[in-house]
Design a protein around this ligand. Structure first.
Ligand SMILES: [Zn+2]
Length: 243
């Protein structure tokens, strides 16, 4: 049966200050504008809202925390707290010493997601994975390799793969809270997906869910699909154990 996994990168507004190293000048300008209007457009309390919804609905989910801003809550097993680094640096571009600090497993997490999906550089593809293995992570979100600041990232619906001892779950799609259209597209893709034992991994951010209506809609629809025996909703930690 298709497994569906929802992953929330929990980082508040930290990336607004940092931007993304791969942005071109137009994207940088957009980033600066976004930073100016962030309090209107986005939500500082996105994490609390999504967390409350998941608890209420007993919805399996992974929250990937930026360690300098968030810490895990005492929760039931359907909530998985993974790590999204200490301070959201682009791992493939920083020194070994910085890397060690960024991935240090201070919350004893099993799952991981790298900022901007920068987890594998073609110059030295095993570097980040080895660092994660040392810190006892088991599973990560994955979108493909980087070459410096350029990348060949893609979405896939597939079985997890293993790279250098770390299980990698391809992102299948992503959404931010503002676009119901995207949620419908995701649900359609899940409905049409026929590959057995594949994982459909949906990613989103805490801050981009100002309008929780769409997140609630997604949770409701996925639970209905699960009830009909069409999918199995799991978090990343459960995925790691299932294999
Ligand atoms: Zn992030």
């Amino acid at each position: 049966m298709l497994k569906v996994c929802v992953v929330v990168d929990v980082e508040n507004f930290i990336s607004f200050k940092q931007g993304n190293p791969s942005w071109n000048s137009w994207q940088k300008l957009k980033g600066r504008i976004n930073n100016l209007i962030k309090d209107f457009r986005y939500d500082k309390n996105g994490f609390e809202k999504i967390y409350k919804l998941a608890e209420k609905e007993k919805f399996p989910i992974s929250f990937m925390l930026v360690g300098s801003l968030f810490q895990p809550e005492k929760s039931q097993k359907f909530i998985d707290f993974g790590y999204h680094t200490l301070s959201h640096k682009p791992l493939t571009l920083i020194s070994d010493a910085e890397l060690k600090e960024e991935v240090k497993n201070i919350y004893n997490a099993k799952s991981f997601s790298a900022p901007m999906w920068m987890i594998e550089d073609s110059e030295n593809p095993s570097r980040i994975f080895e660092a994660l293995k040392k810190q006892k992570y088991k599973i990560t979100v994955y979108r493909g390799a980087n070459n410096g600041i350029s990348n060949r990232h893609e979405n896939r619906i597939s079985k997890p793969i293993t790279k250098y001892g770390i299980q990698c779950v391809y992102t299948s799609n992503w959404f931010d809270g503002e676009r119901k259209q995207k949620i419908r597209e995701i649900l359609r893709e899940i409905m049409q997906s026929s590959e057995r034992d594949a994982v459909y991994c949906i990613t989103t951010h805490d801050f981009s869910n100002k309008n929780m209506k769409n997140f609630k809609f997604l949770v409701k629809k996925l639970k209905e699909m699960q009830k009909k025996g069409m999918i199995n909703i799991v978090n990343m930690k459960q995925l790691a154990r299932d294999r």
